[in-house]
Design a protein around this ligand. Structure first.
Ligand code: GDP
Ligand code: IMO
Ligand code: MG
Length: 427
């Protein structure tokens, strides 16, 4: 049996989509466990290039069942659009299932995400404005509506009426905007229900069965650990847990069954949205990384903030997740840099520290202390064997492994499925 949690180990966009697509060849089940369509997972394989926001990245194999887990919040317009697009491009989605416990993103969530961000002005969080935060807020406030609720139209109408009455009070009295119509939303969501009902079901039993049968199950994370609401740079975080522990909660599986926690790390750092990032480079080097790596958001198209690899944040990420392997992505992006830097400590208010602070103000004041390493100045994208990597690249990887405290089992040298060096088996 092998249940593998695949976790974004930094600030998201580490290349989880590529790694899941690659590993899914051996898996019978892939479960997306957190976030919503704030995520954008890029997959490039023999069927083309895909940007998935909700559908798990294991959808491209005929033998792989895909589940959108209970920990995900779903905008049905986006999900149906994605399903239609996949079908149009010849991808079979008949093995897709949606947890009846997953919450819905409703029109007022999207509206409120924008209004709340606008109200924060210069202090805005830089959310994706997809309604994800407000949907998780309602889940915790016990005002959410779940996929399973769509299967009982009378019950759904009554629930929507109760919740919408409160939302319209907020929309009109706090934000001074027009109320939303119960009938319009109800009719629209009944349409969604008609199309989605064949896919909605209880999903934990499928997961249990696959685990008992010792099949390979991948738990697909969204976002990254440094965006976790407990451990990230709060309040500049997302609203659900991208962590390995979040995988158990958001998929519905016992922690006892998770045998591997695979961390997806980029060979450097990026971040989209607001909040501190100690190694951010607001100079030509940062621009060069963005340019070489085409670092623009998959979901919003925003330029990603780029910087050197942060070893302090990486060690913290490992401590709270317990990685037993790393998939190191985008090593090829560093091919043309004669000198590389790795952050090994921070200077905070005159003191050298090795801990990632919990206070967002303190993270903001941390100055990175760098170690310099020689670059390899060679195109590595055709390399498929670890031993063939230039010595300088292997030294760079070794140093990252030391700082993280976990071995690099996979090294990705390009966005395509096969542009990967498999160093040691995961299962
Ligand atoms: P995710 O959200 O973690 O799935 O990552 P995204 O898809 O948002 O962003 C990762 C980007 O890096 C995508 O454009 C991928 O196609 C690309 N990518 C993944 N691995 C590699 C790699 O090893 N090298 C390069 N050059 N690009 C990669
Ligand atoms: P994937 O799965 C990178 C960021 C947003 C913002 C913060 C809160 O592709 O790695 P939200 O809309 O979640 O309320 O926004 O979180 N964010 C991501 N950044 N990758 C993601 O997902 C992200 N999902 C959310 O930019 O800073
Ligand atoms: Mg992404």
């Amino acid at each position: 049996m092998s249940v593998i949690a695949v976790v974004g180990a930094q600030w998201g966009d580490e290349g989880k989509g590529k790694i899941i697509d690659m590993l899914a060849e051996q898996a019978s089940l892939v479960v997306r466990y957190s976030g919503g369509d704030n995520a954008g997972h890029t997959v490039i394989n023999n069927q083309g290039e895909f940007k998935l926001h909700i559908v798990p990245s294991g959808v491209f194999y005929a033998h792989t069942t895909c589940i959108i887990g209970n920990g995900v919040v779903i905008n049905p317009t986006v999900l149906l659009g994605e399903m239609d697009e996949l079908k149009k491009r010849g991808v079979d989605i008949s093995r897709l299932y949606i947890s009846d416990r997953a919450h819905l993103i409703m029109p007022y969530h999207i509206l409120l995400d924008g209004l709340e961000e606008d109200a924060l002005g210069s202090k805005a969080l830089g959310t994706t404005r997809k309604g994800v935060g407000p949907a998780f807020t309602d889940k915790a406030a016990r005002l959410g509506i779940r996929m399973g609720d769509l299967l009982d139209k009378a019950g759904f109408k009554s629930r929507l009426e109760t919740v919408l009455t409160g939302k319209n009070q907020i929309l009109t009295k706090v934000y001074g905007v027009k109320p939303l119509s119960l009938k319009t939303i109800f009719d629209q969501y009944c349409e969604f229900a008609n199309r989605l009902s064949p896919y909605i079901c209880e999903t934990t039993s499928m997961l249990e069965k696959a685990a008992v049968n010792r099949e390979i199950v991948l738990l697909e994370g969204a976002q990254g650990v440094l965006l976790d609401p407990d451990f990230g740079t709060y309040p500049f975080t997302t609203s659900s847990s991208p962590m390995a522990a979040g995988a158990c909660l958001g998929a519905g599986i016992s922690p006892m069954r998770v045998k591997h926690v695979l961390a997806v790390f980029k060979a450097y750092c990026t971040r989209v949205g607001s909040g501190p990032m100690p190694t951010e480079l607001k100079d030509k080097t940062g621009d060069a990384i963005r340019q070489c790596g085409h670092e623009y958001g998959t979901t919003t198209g925003r330029p990603r903030r780029c910087g050197w690899f942060d070893g302090v944040a990486a060690a913290f990420s490992n401590r709270i997740n317990g990685y037993n392997g790393i998939a190191l992505t985008r090593l090829d992006v560093l091919d043309q840099f004669p000198e590389l830097k790795i952050c090994t400590a921070y200077k905070l208010d005159g003191k050298t520290i090795h801990e990632f602070p919990s206070s967002v103000a303190e993270v903001g004041r941390c100055q990175p202390i760098y170690e310099e390493m020689e670059g390899w100045m060679t195109d590595i994208s055709d390399i498929r064997q670890y031993a063939r990597l230039p010595a300088a690249a292997r030294r760079y990887i070794r140093r990252l492994e030391e700082l993280c405290g976990s071995p690099a089992k996979l090294v990705s040298v390009g966005p395509k499925r096969d542009e990967t060096i498999i160093r040691s088996s995961l299962v």
